[in-house]
Design a binder for this molecule. Structure first.
Ligand SMILES: C[S@@+](CC[C@H](N)C(=O)[O-])C[C@H]1O[C@@H](n2cnc3c(N)ncnc32)[C@H](O)[C@@H]1O
Length: 271
């Protein structure tokens, strides 16, 4: 079998299983362990050096052939990650358990490096787009820096669970979660830092929208995944360089996503 055929054979079972698990969620912990294992296996597949090389050796034509499969995998795995955060929240709220699956360890170790040279301090105000049911980014940032954090999510259940998780793990921290869109937020002019979850499909449209809503010195951390990482993350896109410019890329070979930092300005940085 040729290289592309082998990669397709490796990836198709993930697609079937993600589709199945995403629709099985019923607001209980049933299936949580199996989904956790599946996402850990998927994360390991993505950061495996041999798989990375196999992917890079494919030709442009072969990548285009993989596009439909990649789109489906990304969409289905994003649904499953959102469900996994709900399982983690339910486990904490129902059983008092804090379990750190590999996927979460991976995310948490990324948060440290999130803003490169543009550090968050106690005077910062941070927005997270796509805060999820287990808002570990707001918790870690607020706890470590004392900054004020606002998280938004389009999923009402995620916001509801997220608020309960915050009440349990960080009741005194300055964290607010809202089921709303950026245009309805009252504090966008005060934001100093913005983070986009990598599984938010419309993140570049929201970035464009945020240009007029925010102040001059705001720094944006866009989580993304290109190449093999794009089977789990929405990739980098070109931006309107009259508005945003990429000022730094934080590449994380051992993590499932990378980070691009943007500021306002009119110079581009090569993708
Ligand atoms: C699972 S969480 C966080 C995942 C992971 N920490 C990451 O970096 O991608 C992603 C959340 O983004 C939310 N989301 C998806 N599209 C969104 C949008 N346009 N605006 C706000 N939240 C969105 C989903 O509902 C989900 O709860």
């Amino acid at each position: 079998m040729n290289a592309i055929g082998q990669i397709q054979d490796d990836l198709k079972p993930f697609r079937e299983k993600f589709g199945e698990f995403a629709s099985l969620y019923d607001r209980t912990l049933l299936n949580s362990s199996e989904l956790e294992l599946l996402l850990d296996t998927y994360s390991s597949f993505i950061i495996d050096e041999d798989n990375k090389k196999r992917w890079e050796q494919l030709e442009q034509r072969e990548w285009s052939e993989l596009d439909p499969l990649v789109d489906e995998l990304r969409e289905q795995s994003a649904r499953c990650v959102a469900v996994l955060e709900k399982y983690r929240a339910l486990r904490l709220l129902e059983n008092g358990e804090i379990d750190i699956a590999d996927y979460f360890k991976n995310i948490e170790s990324c948060i440290e490096k999130e803003f490169g040279h543009f550090q968050v301090t106690a005077d910062s105000k941070v927005l997270l787009v796509g805060s999820g049911a287990f808002p570990m980014t707001p918790l870690l940032i607020a706890k470590k820096t004392g900054a004020e954090v606002v998280g938004i999510d389009i999923d009402e259940e995620a916001i509801d669970l997220g608020r309960k998780v915050i009440s349990k793990l960080g009741p005194d921290l300055s964290i607010r979660l809202e089921n709303t869109f950026v245009e309805n937020l009252d504090c966008t002019k005060e934001l100093t830092h913005i983070i986009f979850s990598s599984t938010v499909a419309s993140k570049y449209d929201i970035l464009e929208q945020l240009y007029d809503l925010t102040e001059e010195h705001v720094v944006v951390a866009m989580r993304f995944g290109n190449q093999l990482k794009s089977i789990f993350n929405y990739p980098l896109q070109k931006v309107n360089t009259n508005k945003w410019r990429m000022v730094e890329q934080i590449l994380q070979p051992t993590q499932v996503f990378d980070i691009a930092l943007y500021q306002k300005g009119n110079q581009s940085f090569d993708l």
